[in-house]
Design a protein around this ligand. Structure first.
Ligand code: SF4
Length: 363
């Protein structure tokens, strides 16, 4: 398959592994920010391919996983309101909130529907003019422009029954928060490919310039990731941290200006609550005042109740890169993909789901 097979070539992968082994002398710790990278690394056994000097740890780059229970509880409380249709991407349905999940709310009679894009969510609003269609907007810079476009479309059509509950998050501010915390010790960052396609690789320059962190934007195929690791090793061995891109087919330095413009037309930065990390200023997106009629949190009276965290779940530690799923006492015991205790076991980009699925090749 074009653009896939050539990035899975075993000879080229072996060559890159040899180069990493040859160059890597001092121990380094690299964080792959993105859950998509975590799963690709697990699936292709990349942890086992790199030398012991290179430690890979996963980060907070799974939008479903980092959605705080307090935010998820709001969506579940909304689902229980009369005449409300909740639309959401599928992974979010199974995530357990403090008392229930969207899936359980649906089983109890709430109208909760899975959509594959905001176009589907808009169509549901059009087809149900007497109901209120609320889209659960959870995602990073990659998703937010499409949600912004849906709000502009709803306004252009005069749709008065389409709303968004915005749980969107911005990635660079949370990396800054992790680095400032002093708890997450890393030397290099495998920067997210899809997010960087929107923000541009320049979004990570602060990490190299202010924190001395080596940064390489990577794609999601095994050769992309090995190439990114090789470039990070080279930067760290020569002591020259900077921002490079190993994903030139998808990412430019200044990103996708049209998507950035769309996103900032409708949203403005605000605080966001990250699971396991807490509230980070400027790391979320809320609707601008002129779009508040589409903002579910402004329009509806939502009473989710006090937040309860899942007992024994260490998703927060995993998302901060300080523990692995294998250190969770519930992993593969009471917590499995069929019966998830926390979101990292639900999401297709979750570390725990990745370790569970590809556990046969783990240490
Ligand atoms: Fe949470 Fe389950 Fe992962 Fe443990 S294995 S951290 S309970 S999601």
């Amino acid at each position: 398959m074009k653009y896939v097979d050539e990035f899975r070539n075993a000879d080229l992968a072996r060559g890159l592994v040899r180069r990493i082994q040859r160059e890597s002398k001092k121990p380094i710790r690299l964080m792959e920010f993105c859950g998509g990278h975590t799963v690709a690394i697990l699936k292709h056994g990349i942890r086992q391919l790199v030398p012991p000097t290179v430690e890979l740890t996963s980060g907070p780059g799974c939008p479903v996983c980092v959605t705080a229970n307090s935010d998820l509880d709001k969506a579940i409380a909304l689902a229980r309101q009369p005449e409300v249709i909740i639309t959401s991407f599928g992974d979010m349905l199974k995530v357990p909130g403090s008392y229930s999940s969207l899936q359980r709310a649906r089983a109890d009679g709430a109208d909760v529907r899975i959509v594959y894009s905001t176009l589907d969510a808009l169509q549901i609003a059009r087809e149900n003019p007497r109901k209120k269609a609320v889209f659960v907007g959870a995602g990073f810079e990659t998703t937010a422009p499409t949600v912004a476009a849906s709000i502009l479309q709803a306004r252009a059509e005069g749709l008065n029954n389409y709303y968004v509950i915005s749980m969107h998050k911005l990635c660079p501010p949370v990396i800054r928060a992790l680095l400032d915390s002093g708890e997450t010790r890393i030397d290099g960052l495998i920067c997210p490919g899809h997010v960087s396609a929107v923000t541009g690789s320049q979004a990570w320059e602060f990490a190299a310039e202010e924190y001395g962190i080596a940064c390489v934007v990577s794609g999601f195929e095994p050769l992309d990731i090995l190439q990114a690791i090789y470039m990070l090793v080279r930067q760290l061995e020569t002591g020259e941290p900077k921002v490079e891109t190993a994903y030139r087919r998808g990412v430019r330095s200044d990103g996708n200006l049209k998507a950035q413009e769309l996103m900032m037309e409708v949203f403005e930065p605000g605080p966001a609550n990250w699971r396991g990390i807490g509230v980070v200023a400027g790391s979320g997106l809320r609707l601008r005042p002129e779009y508040q009629k589409f903002d579910a949190e402004c329009v509806f009276d939502i009473k989710p109740g006090p937040t309860i965290e899942p007992k024994g779940c260490i998703c927060g530690d995993i998302l901060r890169g300080v523990k692995t799923p294998l250190e969770c006492q519930l992993f593969n015991k009471t917590c499995t993909p069929e019966n998830p205790v926390g979101p990292c076991m639900v999401s297709s980009e979750g570390s725990c789901a990745g370790y569970y699925q590809y556990g046969n090749i783990q240490e």
